[in-house]
Design a protein around this ligand. Structure first.
Ligand SMILES: [Zn+2]
Length: 62
């Protein structure tokens, strides 16, 4: 599993995402960015920032 916490990139955002793959995770983040942050697309620099904060998550805790 992959996990990303939006608050690592966007201060004060509490959204957190889990997905089986990085691609699925990025799709969820793109949706969230559009719906909750008003971003129609993710700039490449932001995608790189998101990728830097993706962690491996084994599903056993938190
Ligand atoms: Zn967010």
């Amino acid at each position: 599993m992959k996990r990303f916490s939006c608050g690592d990139v966007v201060p004060n955002c509490k959204a957190r995402f889990d997905a089986a793959t990085e691609a699925d995770l990025l799709a969820q983040v793109a949706n969230h960015a559009r719906n909750d942050h008003g971003m129609t697309s993710l700039p490449d620099s932001l995608v790189q920032e998101v990728k830097r904060h993706i962690i491996d998550y084994d599903g056993s805790n938190g």
